[in-house]
Design a protein around this ligand. Structure first.
Ligand code: HEC
Length: 142
């Protein structure tokens, strides 16, 4: 009897653990708004306003990103035309309103058809890209 109970306990524990795991993954599932964890807001871009870094960011963007996000970052690249969630328009207020750290985290982690660049590009290259995206998506000419 007591053995039966502990087996049941283990099964329930397993089910609970699986539930927690799937819950854990839900932010990166393809549904709903994509929100970066709050801690990413504290990350600082070392290249803000650094012209040489922004130029390197442009070079990376023109190699890796424009096929989906479009030359001007409007989310209209040919490669992304058939995705269930389209490539983000980097000019959108929802994107521009995020911190550098949040954008850095998103292009590091990826989601769905957005490639995770954490293993493909260096930390410097990813920050350079964020610095360039800021310039690319600035429609006010600030
Ligand atoms: C294969 C197509 C593809 C490529 C290549 C790609 N992206 Fe994306 N990107 C996407 C898609 C699709 C989304 C939307 C993902 C979602 O919301 O689930 C996205 C979202 C993003 C976001 C998040 C915007 C938001 O909604 O907050 C950023 C930032 C971003 N991409 C930057 C980049 C950068 C920088 C590169 C190049 C290093 C790049 N992407 C390359 C498809 C792509």
């Amino acid at each position: 009897m007591s053995t039966g109970k502990s087996v049941l306990g283990v099964v329930l524990l397993g089910a609970a653990a699986m539930f927690c795991l799937s819950f854990e993954q839900s932010p990166s599932s393809q549904e709903g708004k994509w929100v970066a964890p709050a801690w990413t807001d504290t990350l600082k871009n070392p290249f803000v306003g650094n012209a040489a870094a922004i130029e390197r960011g442009k070079e990376s963007y023109d190699l890796y990103c424009w096929s989906c996000h479009g030359k001007k970052g409007r989310g209209d690249g040919a490669a992304g035309a058939s995705f269930p969630i389209p490539p983000a328009d980097l000019h959108a207020p929802e994107v521009r309103g995020q911190t550098d750290g949040a954008l850095y985290w998103k292009l590091t982690t990826g989601r769905g058809n957005m490639t995770p660049y954490g293993d493909l590009l260096t930390e410097e290259q990813r920050w350079e890209l964020v610095a360039y995206i800021r310039v690319l998506s600035n429609d006010e000419g600030e």
